[in-house]
Design a protein around this ligand. Structure first.
Ligand code: HEC
Ligand code: HEC
Ligand code: HEC
Ligand code: HEC
Ligand code: HEC
Ligand code: HEC
Ligand code: HEC
Ligand code: HEC
Length: 347
């Protein structure tokens, strides 16, 4: 068993809470309702506290025979705390023989209320950040959707000892709900060369969900800013994005990587559309071919990207009509001037 590292709590905070907790526990130890108040207060408890039986007793049943197997807990990141720190006193549950899961709190029943409050005792920053995301706002994914606190690394698909999830693990986890992005991502060089996972760009505990801002190219330049991938200087980006796109990603959006490399997949309501996670650019000639075939045209990297060369959504660039073959052919000529990755220069 590893010891509890209080890396996430300031000592003064812990002390203040323990003082408050001493009062809360003393007052509430007398009734079942009171014990619930203690539980919800988030105060750490110990095996000797009223109504508590201790982790070994829980595991006597929770070994996979008559009740769900939680033995892995003892090898995991939460081994230093007790089952009852999160589930509350279990004496009643045990006396009832555990029957039907009676008389024990299951935080999973209140994933957007109780669960974050519980985790917040020790993971304040992650809870505060997550609360600002679409996952919390849409009541779509809470802490226990992505994390199994009873497992070694507390991540559902991690291998033992906190190994970060691999690409396959992320695709399984996130792909349950984000099918389009995940299918496309699996085709991208980022996945096939195993150089980036969903988490390289997305952090579910930050309001933006991004590991760095996409609007000023920092997100991509975490890796593509370096000498290795050839876009290390402003000049290099300028050449790559064509003479008409001087570097100004955060202003006009010219040279913003995601505008060209992550086009919206729908022409309508582009802001809400999924964005291309193959990271391939889409040539205007592809759009022209779709129109010629009588299909609804797919936005391309020039026209149809929000804010750029699309007459439907005027931005800073020259507007073109996404639905016009002639306009797409004009754009194609410009497109072909772009995509020249500068030669790597050895100094
Ligand atoms: C006497 C055996 C036994 C002991 C000891 C025991 N449990 Fe259980 N527990 C069960 C059984 C049986 C279930 C119901 C399983 C099912 O329905 O699949 C259960 C269900 C649960 C549930 C799910 C409740 C729900 O609403 O779904 C939780 C949480 C739980 N136990 C936690 C604990 C904790 C924490 C301890 C130690 C304090 C503990 N158990 C000790 C037998 C036991
Ligand atoms: C850090 C807090 C925490 C600790 C410690 C903890 N649990 Fe849980 N437990 C949860 C949460 C959150 C859920 C609901 C989400 C889920 O199912 O994983 C849960 C759900 C459960 C369930 C019902 C889900 C199922 O698999 O049927 C059981 C049973 C359970 N816990 C038993 C235990 C036992 C036994 C221990 C100690 C060995 C323990 N828990 C320790 C937070 C905790
Ligand atoms: C009483 C304190 C406590 C509570 C409550 C708690 N945790 Fe933890 N958690 C810890 C400690 C301590 C670690 C180990 C930290 C470390 O090794 O840096 C940890 C580790 C983790 C990790 C792995 C972190 C890493 O760096 O590998 C995850 C994920 C996690 N907890 C999720 C949760 C979730 C989700 C909840 C709520 C259901 C929760 N925890 C509740 C104390 C707690
Ligand atoms: C949509 C999935 C998802 C949700 C929802 C989620 N997490 Fe995470 N969490 C992750 C991923 C992915 C990582 C690993 C990030 C990495 O490897 O850099 C992680 C890492 C962590 C860690 C380890 C420290 C860190 O930041 O790397 C903790 C602690 C944690 N999460 C707690 C929580 C808590 C508490 C909640 C609920 C408020 C929560 N998470 C909600 C996916 C999620
Ligand atoms: C249980 C379902 C579920 C899981 C699992 C899940 N998500 Fe989500 N996610 C959603 C829903 C629902 C939304 C909100 C969609 C909307 O508002 O249109 C969302 C929104 C997002 C957004 C957009 C955020 C915004 O502000 O618009 C990103 C990025 C995202 N998820 C990434 C991830 C990643 C990365 C993972 C895996 C670590 C993941 N999600 C796992 C359901 C899920
Ligand atoms: C975690 C690092 C990382 C991040 C972040 C990243 N990339 Fe990459 N990317 C790479 C690496 C490494 C390669 C080269 C892989 C190879 O050639 O095997 C690559 C390759 C590419 C390719 C070439 C595809 C091909 O067919 O050759 C494109 C396009 C690309 N990335 C676009 C982007 C964009 C746009 C962003 C930002 C949204 C981004 N990348 C963010 C690491 C990253
Ligand atoms: C190289 C960086 C990068 C990687 C890797 C990445 N994404 Fe994204 N993702 C983005 C950017 C940038 C956006 C926002 C695009 C925009 O709004 O212009 C985004 C948007 C999203 C959204 C919001 C809806 C949308 O499509 O705009 C979801 C959901 C999402 N990503 C899920 C995932 C999942 C799941 C994975 C892994 C399978 C993943 N992403 C991998 C950069 C990335
Ligand atoms: C104005 C549109 C545009 C912008 C902005 C843009 N690119 Fe490109 N990029 C392209 C085109 C076009 C290609 C060539 C694609 C092809 O040939 O299939 C390309 C190719 C690439 C390649 C692949 C090179 C290869 O070897 O195959 C990478 C990597 C890349 N871009 C990264 C980036 C990054 C990182 C940014 C932001 C700093 C960025 N791009 C900004 C249009 C753009």
């Amino acid at each position: 068993m590893q010891s509890l590292k209080l890396t996430r709590q300031d000592t003064w905070q812990a002390t203040a809470r323990l003082n408050k907790c001493f009062l809360i526990k003393t007052i509430n130890a007398l009734s079942v309702a009171g014990m619930l108040v203690t539980l919800l207060s988030g105060c750490p408890q110990n095996a000797a506290a009223p109504g508590r039986v201790g982790t070994p007793t829980c595991l006597a049943c929770h070994d996979g025979r008559s009740a769900p197997d939680k033995r892995e807990f003892l090898d995991g990141v939460h081994a230093a705390i007790d089952c009852e720190d999160c589930h509350g006193p279990g004496l009643g549950h045990v006396r009832a023989g555990g029957r039907g899961g009676l008389l024990i709190a299951n935080p999973g029943e209140s994933p957007f209320g109780h669960t974050p409050a519980l985790c917040s005792q020790c993971h304040e920053a992650e809870v505060a950040g997550h609360a600002l995301t679409a996952h919390a706002g849409a009541k779509a994914a809470s802490c226990n959707t992505c994390h199994d606190v009873h497992k070694t690394g507390a991540m559902p698909f991690s291998t033992p000892n906190k190994t970060p999830l691999g690409n396959a693990g992320y695709q399984k986890l996130c792909g349950e709900c984000h099918e389009t992005q995940t299918e496309q991502f699996a085709l991208s060089v980022h996945a096939t060369s195993n150089v980036a996972t969903c988490a390289a760009c997305h952090n579910p505990h930050l309001e933006t969900t991004f590991t760095a801002p996409p609007e000023n190219n920092q997100l991509c330049q975490q890796c593509h800013g370096g000498f290795f991938l050839g876009l290390d200087t402003e000049e290099a980006v300028d050449i790559h994005t064509g003479d008409f796109h001087p570097v100004d990603p955060a202003g006009t959006g010219a040279s913003r990587c995601v505008s060209c490399h992550m086009v919206p997949l729908r022409a309508n309501n582009q802001a809400r559309s999924p964005h291309d996670h193959t990271f391939n650019t889409v040539a205007p000639s592809d759009t022209a071919a779709m129109i010629a075939a009588g299909l609804a045209p797919h936005p391309n990297s020039c026209a149809g990207t929000l804010g750029c060369h699309d007459a439907g959504t005027p931005g800073s660039g020259e507007p073109f009509d996404l639905n016009s073959i002639a306009d797409n052919e004009t754009l194609q000529a410009l497109y072909e001037q772009i995509g020249l990755i500068p030669e790597k220069e050895f100094q």
